[in-house]
Design a binder for this molecule. Structure first.
Ligand code: HEC
Length: 163
């Protein structure tokens, strides 16, 4: 499933401005009515296709690979460990949840966890929003790394959505 990036919100406005500009230009040319129409429709198609391509290619559930986990270790150690700790270190920040199997993180699906990292945890008060700092792929990598804290059976249960 595709997960639209936040910059897609700005798309409709720039799209309308672009269409109006193009329309004005085409009306001022000497092309026949039919030719103008073809150029206009083709231009809109291109814009729509580019718009689709701008969507993130992040897929869910996250596919765990060694390279993603390694990237996630770096993301996690730079951005997360100072509050949350890791597999062996308890959270340095009192009140920050632990991500280990005895915590609550694995009760949620991948896409939800990534959304929380980027846009904030519901009712959360302390954790910063990482959109703008981390890409969706960075956030996926951090979650992939968190999964290395879990035994296999918890990874299976989390992926089946069992709580
Ligand atoms: C400034 C401290 C801080 C940092 C940095 C931080 N968190 Fe959090 N995080 C929290 C706190 C506190 C909560 C509980 C909700 C709240 O109060 O915001 C939380 C909640 C969460 C949750 C949901 C709770 C759960 O069940 O696990 C996830 C997932 C999470 N953090 C992941 C991350 C990841 C991944 C990073 C790094 C990209 C990160 N956090 C960085 C403090 C932090």
């Amino acid at each position: 499933m595709h997960y639209a990036r936040n910059d897609s919100v700005g798309m409709p406005a720039s799209l309308i401005v672009g269409i109006l500009t193009l329309r004005g230009y085409l009306i001022s040319t000497t092309l026949t009515h039919k030719a103008r129409l073809i150029v206009f429709v083709a231009a809109i198609l291109i814009v729509v296709l580019i718009g689709c391509g701008a969507e993130s290619d992040a897929e869910y559930p996250i596919v765990l690979t060694t390279s993603l986990i390694n990237e996630g270790r770096t993301v996690y150690q730079t951005n997360c460990i100072s509050c949350h700790g890791d597999a062996t270190t308890p959270p340095p920040l009192p009140g920050a949840p632990r991500h280990t199997a005895d915590g609550h993180t694995w009760h949620h699906g991948d896409q939800q966890l990534v959304g929380w990292v980027l846009d904030g945890v519901p009712m959360g008060q302390t954790m910063p929003k990482f959109r703008g700092t981390l890409s969706e792929l960075d956030a996926q990598a951090a979650i992939a790394y968190i999964k290395t804290f879990w035994p296999n059976e918890i990874i299976q249960q989390q992926s089946r959505g069992m709580h």
